[in-house]
Design a protein around this ligand. Structure first.
Ligand code: IPE
Ligand code: IPE
Ligand code: MG
Length: 239
């Protein structure tokens, strides 16, 4: 019998945190944790359809993460290239549509090409929408969106007096995505670290202690179930 997923979150966003600590606990370099973390993604994405989750957005690299050592940053960039190359076929075979959000300007050409190819390869996939936030920052996204919006005003395409809450989201990287219903952060930190600032204005949050490389489909299922019991009011008084 089909499960009732009508009360579940349609869009889950995850701040995948704790890779470094996971590696340190094992006496290994931080990149060991990032590799272990990348391996969790497939299982989590695969679990989405049965849970009624149509959109999953994962935070892979923030606009602030450039502050890390050159070794860690280069290791992460190389991991992203390898990940895309290795997973592309499986994602396509599993009918997963992949999109990237974030600013591409600081990324290397080879990585940008792989991102473009994966988006193109999976553009007709319909089972799940996987969005990977790479060199993403909420403030940076809003600033870039505002710049484009201002350009449209200057060109006469957009009238300032028509700008409202519906206008800015059309300029955000997430323009084709619904707002996240549930935002999960692993590793025990209770902050959003510049993730989906505009979009998560009314999201439900789960801050859990699990380090990302230990996260599982079972844990996602538990959080989705608990979301179903929440009372989302959006400022109103329930009838
Ligand atoms: C999250 O894990 C992955 C990235 C930010 C790229 P961290 O690398 O932040 O792990 P901790 O927080 O140091 O344990
Ligand atoms: C947020 O984690 C970014 C990603 C998960 C990609 P960080 O580990 O960078 O965040 P802070 O530094 O703890 O706020
Ligand atoms: Mg961290």
């Amino acid at each position: 019998m089909a499960k009732d997923t009508s009360k579940g979150p349609r869009h889950v966003a995850i701040i995948m945190d704790g890779n470094g600590r996971w590696a340190t606990q094992r006496g290994r370099p931080r990149l060991f944790g990032h590799h272990a973390g990348a391996r969790r993604v497939r299982e989590v994405v695969r679990a989405c359809p049965d849970l009624g989750v149509k959109y999953i957005t994962i935070f892979a690299f923030s606009t602030e993460n450039w502050k890390r050592t050159q070794v860690e940053v280069a290791g992460l960039m190389s991991l992203f290239r390898r990940y895309i190359t290795k997973e592309a076929k499986a994602l396509h075979d599993e009918n997963v549509r992949v999109r990237f959000i974030g600013d591409r300007v600081r990324l290397d050409k080879k990585l940008i090409d792989l991102m473009d190819e994966l988006e193109e390869l999976t553009k007709d996939c319909t089972k799940v929408n996987l969005t990977i936030a790479l060199n993403y920052g909420g403030r940076d996204e809003v600033a870039r969106a505002t710049k484009r919006l201002a350009e449209d005003v200057a060109k006469g395409i957009l009238k300032p007096e028509t700008v409202d809450e519906e206008t800015l989201p059309r300029y955000l990287d997430t323009r084709v995505l619904p707002d996240p219903d549930l935002v999960i952060r692993t590793s025990g930190e209770a902050r959003i670290s510049n993730f989906l600032l505009w979009q998560s204005a009314y999201s439900e949050y789960e801050f859990i202690d699990t380090l990302w490389p230990d996260f599982s489909a079972e844990e996602l299922a538990r959080l989705v179930k608990s979301y179903g019991k929440r009372d989302r009011r959006f400022g109103a008084v329930p009838a």
